[in-house]
Write a protein that binds this ligand. Structure first.
Ligand code: ZN
Length: 155
């Protein structure tokens, strides 16, 4: 019986969803030019958040449990790496959310927020800063349902 409860918890949660990381770096940074596919999402973030970030964002190698990582150096430098394996299968809104999440770490210094709220009788993540990215149901019934809430929460 002891092992059944954690197992059920895992199954009822979002076990298969990838994480979005926030990692402290000790090594020198490389600051590669941003891949053009990310530019529209970064511009959208700047418009919505009323900021002017220009953080290097590129595809790069990482473990399969991560969809994206904000690399953070103690001198304030930031770089974002995105997992192409996930990106290629994401909708426009999922891509937006992943970039907004990583910029939430890298540009706004936000940490993770795994709280939930109820929207239209649906239990939803409170924040784009949830440690795992939203599944398609959550995109449809939470993110698209009250997009304004998620933008406001991130600001
Ligand atoms: Zn994250």
């Amino acid at each position: 019986m002891r092992f059944i409860i954690p197992l059920l918890f895992l199954l009822s949660g979002c076990g298969a969803l990838p994480f979005c990381g926030f990692i402290d770096q000790k090594k020198p940074y490389t600051n590669p030019p941003t891949d053009p596919v990310f530019v529209q999402y970064i511009k959208r973030f700047n418009t919505e958040m009323v900021v002017s970030t220009n953080i290097s964002t590129t595809f790069g190698p990482m473990d399969d449990k991560h969809a994206g990582i904000c690399h953070s150096w103690s001198d304030g430098h930031r770089e974002i790496t995105i997992n192409k394996k996930y990106w290629d299968n994401y909708s426009d809104k999922q891509r937006e959310q992943l970039i907004f999440h990583e910029l939430g770490h890298c540009a706004l210094n936000r940490d993770h927020n795994d709280a939930t709220i109820t929207m239209n009788d649906t239990v939803c993540p409170e924040s784009i800063m949830r440690s795992k990215i939203f599944n398609l149901f959550e995109i449809a019934y939470c993110y698209n349902y009250d997009y304004g809430h998620y933008l406001q929460e991130l600001r």
